[in-house]
Design a protein around this ligand. Structure first.
Ligand code: R5P
Length: 331
């Protein structure tokens, strides 16, 4: 049972709340991550009911007093994206009407992020629409992780913290690899900044895969920019969805002499036949985070492993509550 707390323990350092008692509320998208964050903060989840009526409308009831509280709603807008987004909006509405002092939408995986520009005439910018919905529902702040494009922060007119999984990945990479033999690889030109950031942290060289379709109807050519011969390659990206980008990139790297290929990807969307595609690929290992709750198939896959970002998010929540710097987490 959660009691109103004005202090909490973050590791061994007690942190005082500056915006009312701190409360954590979880939607249904990733209960395991919400529990893990709650345990990192030694702060139980606030009792809440998030369930369906017979016609599948969502019903939310916050079962504790949140008046004047600093509330963090943990919900990834992952598959089924529309249901999880709607849950998030309704939870925020319930909290606002219950007089929470401040509401932070903690969205470890921000769905719809890839629809961040007009890709063609008469198409929507759905990421902006989703940002508007979250803001209008009553969120005061947003905290998210490895946004598909950093500029999406500007879609919100409320403070938005974009956290990075790279410190968690770097720790794992340093534990597992001989860094003198590692090359970081961006699987496409769009991901170079992200891959370069990680390469810098482990002092490794960087290669880039340039995908080109020379003529309409011809298959894509994968040009590897950089000499990967003899290196252990680590592909770095924000999302693995169908797994196509990753599996093709692994093939191209091995064809160019790479010794073996691993991948560190923040968000394991892994839809459709992606898990089978990855398990039957030449990838030695795919490492994802738990920003999206891993399915049974992912948990059982021999070459997929996940790292928890709960301590990172817990720390960022603690710092937000006590008005400390969040960006210095990534210095
Ligand atoms: C694209 O810009 C993203 O960064 C990922 O590379 C992409 O979403 C991966 O998709 P898939 O796994 O379906 O190839």
């Amino acid at each position: 049972m959660l009691t109103s707390v004005s202090t909490m323990s973050r590791g061994k350092v007690p942190v005082s709340a500056k915006n009312g008692a701190i409360k954590l509320v979880a939607g249904n998208s990733n209960p395991a991550l919400a529990e893990a964050i709650s345990s990192c903060l030694s702060l139980p989840l606030t009792k809440a009911i998030v369930r369906r009526f017979a016609d599948m409308e969502i019903f939310v009831e916050i079962q504790e007093n949140v008046r004047g509280s600093d509330v963090f709603v943990i919900q990834s807008t992952s598959y089924p994206a529309n249901d999880h987004l709607m849950e998030l909006l309704i939870i925020i509405d319930a909290l606002r009407r219950a007089s929470a002092r401040r509401i932070t939408a903690v969205i470890p995986y921000f769905g719809y992020a890839r629809q961040d520009r007009k890709a063609g005439p008469r198409t929507p910018i759905s990421a902006k629409l989703v940002a508007n919905l979250i803001t209008h529902a009553g969120a005061d702040r947003v905290m998210t992780l490895d946004l598909h494009a950093g500029q999406i922060q500007g879609f919100f007119d409320i403070p938005t913290d974009n956290l990075y999984a790279s410190p968690v990945m770097v720790r794992d990479i340093k534990d597992k690899f001989d860094l003198s033999k590692v090359m970081v690889v961006s699987p496409d030109v769009g991901g170079v900044v992200r891959a370069r950031g990680l390469a810098k942290r482990i002092n490794a060289p960087l290669a880039i895969i340039d995908k080109r379709r020379e003529r309409a109807g011809e298959s894509e050519v994968m040009n590897v920019i950089g000499d990967v011969d003899g290196y252990t390659c680590i592909l770095v990206d924000d999302i693995v969805d169908s797994g196509g980008t990753l599996v093709n990139a692994a093939d191209a790297l091995l064809a160019n002499g790479a010794k073996d290929v691993y991948a560190y990807i923040t968000h394991g969307v892994l839809s459709g036949g992606a898990v089978a595609r990855v398990t039957s690929s030449k990838l030695k290992e795919l490492v994802i985070t738990d920003s999206i709750q891993p399915t049974e198939a992912i948990r059982k896959a021999a070459n997929i492993r996940h790292l928890s970002i709960a301590p990172l998010i817990g720390e960022a929540i603690g710092r937000t509550a006590s008005e400390e710097s969040v960006s210095s987490l990534f210095d």
